[in-house]
Design a protein around this ligand. Structure first.
Ligand code: HEC
Length: 248
């Protein structure tokens, strides 16, 4: 069964605990054949075909990361993660590159201004019967979204100052893997050795998937502790999970 794993944004260089299920990537050719092909081989609703470089090149102008993000979040007629919720970010990245050129001979065009490649990953932690995923993406990366897209408009828009990051939390019931909506999600973030700060994450639904997010300002190259508190509607207790990350 698919695990309802929707994780909108990520970008973790140093995942503290990489869940075993996410460690071994399936081969891009298999992912594309089994999952992406049903639309992309067929060209359903204008899905660009594998190896159709002319169709893919303008999209790759946005940068590989932005395309991987489109595949993660869903785009136009494409559901999040190409409809297969348990595909990891790494597997999606492999599939996206494979779609551009199945032989792997040509690398996709890279816009001169494209940001340095980011490690795409995710943090997962479980507590109180919930699976909680946390992702982070810099405001610069969020700007890869077109101005009118739901991602660009979330939480009052992308802040213009420097050092902002979008923190995104997705919550699933550990037993049923059903998405948890209507929860109250709070974030405490603390640079090691410094005082903690708090943010209440706001629910946003993009392509039918709810996640909780906010922009926070983080210091570059710093180590951060993230504490996420989730209170499900009607639940007596909150679940608490912790993540740690070193920023680039
Ligand atoms: C249900 C059909 C469907 C499936 C399954 C599907 N896609 Fe797509 N995909 C589309 C369509 C349609 C588009 C074009 C959407 C548009 O630009 O409006 C698209 C576009 C894309 C894009 C370009 C996004 C952009 O921002 O321009 C990428 C990358 C992509 N798909 C990757 C994948 C990967 C990887 C998989 C498999 C894991 C996959 N797709 C599975 C239908 C699908």
């Amino acid at each position: 069964m698919d695990r309802k794993l929707f994780l909108a944004v990520a970008g973790f260089a140093a995942a503290v605990a990489v869940p075993a299920a996410l460690a071994a990537d399936r081969a891009p050719a298999d992912v594309v054949k089994s999952q992406c092909g049903r639309c992309h081989e067929a060209g359903t609703s204008g899905a660009p075909k594998p190896g159709d470089k002319a169709a893919w090149a303008p999209r790759f102008n946005k940068g590989v990361d932005a395309l991987v993000l489109s595949a993660i979040r869903g785009h136009g007629g494409m559901p999040p993660r190409g409809g297969k919720a348990d595909l990891t970010d790494g597997e999606l990245r492999g599939a996206v590159l494979y779609l551009f050129d199945p032989t792997g001979a040509t690398k996709p065009p890279v816009k001169a201004s494209a940001a340095a490649p980011v490690a795409v990953g995710l943090h997962k932690a479980s507590a109180g019967g919930l699976d909680v995923y946390l992702g982070r993406m810099s405001a610069e990366q969020m700007r890869a979204y077109p101005a009118g897209s739901p991602e660009a408009k979330m939480h009052g828009g992308i802040p213009s100052g420097s050092g902002y990051h979008h923190i995104n939390v997705s919550v699933f019931d550990a037993a049923s893997q059903a998405q948890v909506t209507g929860a109250t999600v709070e974030l405490e973030y603390q640079q090691l050795g410094m005082g903690g700060q708090k943010a209440t994450l706001e629910a946003a639904t993009v392509a039918g998937q709810t996640s909780y997010g906010a922009y926070v300002r983080l210091a570059p190259k710093a180590n951060y502790n993230f504490l996420v508190r989730v209170k499900k509607p009607g639940a007596k207790q909150e679940a608490e999970v912790r993540f740690q990350e070193k920023l680039n």
